[in-house]
Write a protein that binds this ligand. Sequence first.
Ligand code: NAP
Length: 233
Amino acid sequence: MEVGLRGESREEGVESMASQGPRPQTLDPRPETLAIGVMGGTFDPIHIGHLIIAEEARYRFQLDRVIFVPAGIPPHKPDEPITDREHRYQMTVLATQDNPAFETSRIEVERPGPSYTVDTLMEFKRIYGEETRLFFITGADAILEILTWHQPERLRFMCKFIAATRPGYNLGEVKRKLPKAYLEHIFFLEVPGVHISSTELRSRAAAGMPIKYLVPAAVEDYIIQNHLYRAEK
Ligand code: NAP
């Protein structure tokens, strides 16, 4: 799979993280401060698209580490059937274990109530220090809804957002939907070649189709051993 990366937006108000050369950008005049990627998602299940995006974000934004945070109760999916949080956490641990720059946090898995991002970022600031630079990484479609998140006004000053887009993503829609004050805090990261989605993986597994190579081998084994995503469940 060819995985290249280019900054996507040339549009006014949308910060571009485009760097045409091979070198990552330096985004902060204080490179000595810790920079942490907070990879937020439901991860039902985690797949190689998530891992590629996290690694590309780590490189491009010179992150010291990327902490994967599986949501305990995704706030905007109250009625959707979601795989048990412990299974999603375990799969994330298995998927990230061979990258020394990756970690998986239980912070949202253990917190009761909806997994508000603002609470998670506050906790990371408490643990790693106020001066730590946080980059919340997630799908662009999720970030598009940021105005509906818990305490969005506060959120936008607590971190920068890295919005992962699939090839062909319509950035014009983002620009129309979000005020400039939010767009200034969002970087768009396109990783061509990664079309996989968790939804599609669940469907494939339910239909008995292969998911080999779309998820890490350890995750595939875990799904099989725990009979996850089976149609007859
Ligand atoms: P989602 O609606 O399930 O996902 C929207 C899109 O983004 C999907 O295409 C999804 O693909 C992709 N995506 C999700 N996580 C990703 C990641 N880390 N990297 C790249 N693409 C990703 O979104 P969600 O997982 O429920 O929510 C995303 C994050 O936003 C979570 O951490 C959630 O807690 C947070 N959030 C917070 C609030 C709040 O604070 N009120 C509200 C909404 C969301 P896949 O299905 O393949 O992952």
